[in-house]
Design a binder for this molecule. Structure first.
Ligand SMILES: Nc1ncnc2c1ncn2[C@@H]1O[C@H](COP(=O)(O)OP(=O)(O)OP(=O)(O)O)[C@@H](O)[C@H]1O
Ligand SMILES: [Mg+2]
Length: 591
């Protein structure tokens, strides 16, 4: 009789407490990084100032968290790993206005039920430490050992007794990166607590106790972040909002660079992230996300932290009002910040420029490499500006119509005349597709050695990603080597047909590799890798591109065996508008 077969009903039975525990554990413990989160939060609640996280084999084999906090009295060790036992709430409530990160008395019990756990602790009053060993939830030993005041929790063989769950774990190589991200989130929520992360005996991340949020932000987001950021400090209903956000030019390709904390708790809030992004409005291209650190100090009455199993999401009272205030506050801070250094990426601002002058190339992060190529600009009033000659028309090929380039607008879209009407071509998508095919064909991109190597700061997470993706980074055309503890020297960059990528593009490549790389159509590991490489070497939105150069890209696109109408992740490259439709717009349907 299988549980699922219809008609064969099982009577209602109470689950054994072990089964209940394991099911509950699944909500709290998903992977090594969630173990680290719970243990470090406990250390923070215990008033620790220094916490060390050690991983063996990405934490799958072993996670250890040691702190110098208040410790657990010997008589309470067993209770600490018991479910619903906590020192952080009064047994009879209330359950609102919670001032600690933990309060459910669940985390240690959950971890202990799906792993082998050792808990060793010494309070300041004790002479030595006492500990217990727990296997799959059952206490198997008690011992004493020497240790300075504080607590160490060791977690071995995560999910050893829930094999199905173990199977779902990501590869060990992916875990240290996730652990670092978790640790960075906790650090930026409580920078007074110093954190260190070791992976297989190697120190991979150091976050010293910081009194100032800005210092901590620089630690995680890189020393150049501060110079490229603006401060946020505004009153919001029921509290205040403060922190620092990156200027539009340092925006990231994923949403992971924005760290948000509420009353010292690192949270994930799509709604807040979205409103911060909205604050940037036209300053950010659609594919970029803000980076920075924001702290909300809120009256606890406006906050419910007990809505999500791992407490990463919270609920706000009068959320709309709060979100509006956050968006307005960030917007005002952005607009009021001292001179934004980068070129505007949008139409509203470009229109105020003299349309007859070739665009000034600026050292923006979005912007172009500073080569002195003349650019092609077409405006309604003027003709072709900056270009010596119109490039010759591209003959039809590979399913593409014959095209004659007319010009580009907003440093992103090219307009070409075809026999049927006209087409619009996305310069980034086109270049990306060509490079993608190149990577798929040759396995790597060509590289251009830099005359003057460029020094870059890599965050701990980026360093770890680099270590586990060396081949991909090399195949992408980047030669990079350590240069001091956190700095790296970029010696070569990807190049294709005379255009080379910015050295900083490697940071975006690393961030994207950390989050699993680009998704592609069709999906596959090789395609994903190729698409990730291609994206970061491609011509970008905002890059000034000459007509001659762009026709080379188009020629390569045309040369593909089959018509490529979409970029590797499925966005269109070419959109056609038939003459007949334009005629209709102008009420010329009769002609
Ligand atoms: N590193 C530590 N230092 C001191 N005490 C600790 C430490 N870790 C756990 N404890 C004690 O063990 C208890 C149980 O920890 P556990 O994480 O299971 O629950 P919690 O933190 O109270 O609530 P939550 O399940 O929400 O995390 C805590 O209430 C605390 O008293
Ligand atoms: Mg806890």
């Amino acid at each position: 009789m299988s549980a699922g077969s219809p008609g064969a009903r099982r009577p209602i039975q109470r689950l054994s407490s072990e089964t209940v525990e394991r099911i509950a554990a699944g909500e709290v413990v998903e992977r090594p990084a969630s173990v680290v989160k719970e243990l470090v939060e406990n250390s923070v609640d215990a008033g620790a100032t220094h916490v060390t996280v050690r991983l063996a084999n990405g934490g799958l084999e072993r996670v250890e968290v040691a702190d110098d906090g208040d410790g657990i009295p010997p008589g309470e060790l067993e209770l600490a790993v018991e479910r619903h036992a906590t020192s952080k709430l009064d047994p009879d409530g209330p359950v609102e206005r919670i001032g600690t990160l933990g309060f459910r008395g669940e985390a240690l019990a959950a971890i202990a039920s799906v792993a082998r756990l050792r808990l060793v602790s010494r309070t300041r009053e004790q002479e030595s430490a006492e500990g217990i060993s727990v296997v799959g939830g059952a206490i198997v030993a008690r011992f004493s050992e020497s240790r300075s005041p504080g607590t160490t929790v060791e977690v071995e063989d995560l999910f050893f007794n829930t094999p199905a769950r173990r199977k779902f774990l990501k590869s060990p190589a992916a875990e240290p990166v996730e652990v670092l991200h978790t640790v960075e989130r906790l650090y930026l929520a409580q920078p007074r607590v110093g954190l260190r992360v070791e992976s297989d005996g190697r120190e991979v991340g150091t976050y010293p106790p910081a009194r100032d949020l800005a210092d901590a932000a620089a630690r995680v987001l890189g020393p150049s972040f501060l110079g490229a950021s603006f401060a946020v400090r505004v009153a919001i209903p029921g509290g205040r909002l403060f922190g620092a956000l990156g200027r539009p030019g340092v925006a990231a390709p994923t949403a992971r660079g924005l760290f948000v904390a509420v009353d010292g708790r690192a949270i994930v809030s799509r709604a807040i992230a979205q409103n911060v992004r909205l604050a940037y409005g036209d300053y950010l291209p659609r594919t970029r996300y803000p980076v920075g650190v924001l702290h909300l100090e809120l009256d606890p009455d406006r906050l419910d932290v007990n809505v999500h199993p791992t407490k990463r999401e919270v609920r706000f009272a009068q959320e709309r009002e709060l979100l509006d205030a956050i968006r307005r506050g960030c917007r005002e801070a952005l607009l009021g910040a001292p001179q934004v250094a980068e070129a505007p990426a949008t139409m509203a601002r470009t229109l105020h420029r003299d349309p007859f002058r070739a665009p000034v190339e600026s050292p923006s992060a979005e912007g172009a490499p500073s080569t002195e190529r003349p650019t092609l600009q077409r405006t309604l009033e003027g003709g072709l500006v900056g270009s010596r000659e119109k490039p010759p028309p591209l003959p039809p090929a590979g399913g593409h119509p014959r095209m004659t380039l007319l010009g580009s607008f907003h440093a992103l879209y090219w307009v070409a005349e075809t026999d049927e009407g006209f087409v619009l071509i996305d310069q980034h998508a086109a270049s990306e597709r060509v490079l993608y095919e190149e990577v798929r064909r040759a396995g790597s991109l060509q590289r251009q050695t830099l005359v003057a190597p460029v020094t870059l700061h890599l965050s701990a997470g980026q360093r770890e990603t680099l270590r586990s993706n060396e081949e991909t980074v090399l195949a992408a055309g980047f030669d990079i080597e350590p240069f001091g503890p956190e700095s790296y020297l970029v010696r070569s960059v990807p190049a294709y047909r005379g255009r080379s990528a910015r050295p900083e593009a490697i940071l975006e490549l690393l961030d994207e590799l950390a989050s699993g790389g680009r998704t592609t159509l069709p999906d596959g590991l090789e395609e994903r890798r190729a698409a990730t490489i291609a994206c970061h070497a491609a011509i970008r939105a905002g890059d000034a591109v000459s007509a001659e150069e762009f026709s080379r890209v188009l020629a390569a696109l045309h040369a593909l065996p089959e018509a490529a109408y979409s970029c590797p992740h499925g966005r269109p490259i070419v959109v056609g508008v038939p003459r007949s439709r334009v005629d209709r717009w102008f009420l010329r349907s009769g002609t």
